[in-house]
Design a protein. Structure first.
Lengths: 114, 113
């Protein structure tokens, strides 16, 4: 059973536009949530970590929110650039099992066009 | 320089051959992971290692084994590779003491013909 669902599956935006990526999960107990960026053929690069209820983080043009009650997170990308084209992966870390298992979403493929 | 290094980056093997994927990290992280990534799926955990010689099966361990004889090094071994093991394999490491410290390697693309 998929415990981390991301939407949309894919998204096309024009350069300069804003976009929002969604992550819903059922992992319990949820310790913290991470967003990663994966360029085609590359490894995962951490964008942000959300730990506490109603956490909000900002990393340049990336900002994220976490609602632990709703088990929901959003990743906002402001003023998109062509280099933002990538797959964005939501990962929920649980501490209930032995030492921090990672639960991965399948990713949202973002394509930024000129 | 904090990083996870995977070798090789690309590998082509024939069905039935043995495969060794290597992963190293320079951060003294206790926990290391091996995942595979297939199109349309999230990363799937093959094995997790909590420290030297302390390894546990993940969600899809069948057909794989691992070795961790030093904290900084974690190997994934495929004895008699199968065509359905064609995938991209990622190694990761994390520290128990900090939520920030989770790093991934660049991946090894394995093709089994």
């Amino acid at each position: 059973k998929t415990q981390v669902e991301q939407s949309p599956q894919s998204l096309v935006v024009r350069q300069g536009e804003n976009c929002v990526l969604q992550c819903n999960y059922s992992v319990t107990p949820d310790n913290h949530l991470r967003w990663f960026k994966q360029d085609t053929g590359k490894g995962l690069v951490s964008l942000t970590v959300l730990v506490h209820e109603n956490d909000k983080t900002s990393n340049g043009r990336y900002s994220a929110t976490l609602d632990k009650d709703a088990k929901h997170s959003t990743l906002h990308i402001t003023a998109t650039l062509l280099d933002d084209t990538a797959t964005y992966i939501c990962v929920v870390v649980d501490r209930g099992s032995a030492l921090g298992r990672l639960h991965f979403g399948a990713g949202t493929q973002l394509i930024v066009i000129p | 320089d904090m990083k996870v290094t995977q070798m090789p980056r690309y590998l082509i093997k024939r069905m039935g051959e043995n495969v060794l994927l290597e992963c190293g990290q320079d951060m003294s992280h206790e926990t290391m992971y091996w995942y595979r990534q297939d199109p349309g799926l999230g990363l799937q955990l093959i094995y997790i290692s909590y420290d030297v010689d302390s390894n546990s099966e993940g969600d899809i361990p069948k057909g794989y084994r691992v070795s961790r004889k030093k904290r900084e090094h974690f190997s994934l071994i495929l004895d008699s590779a199968k065509t359905n093991q064609t995938s991209v394999y990622f190694c990761a490491s994390s520290s128990r003491s900090s939520n920030e410290r989770l790093f991934f390697g660049h991946g090894t693309k394995l093709s089994v013909l």
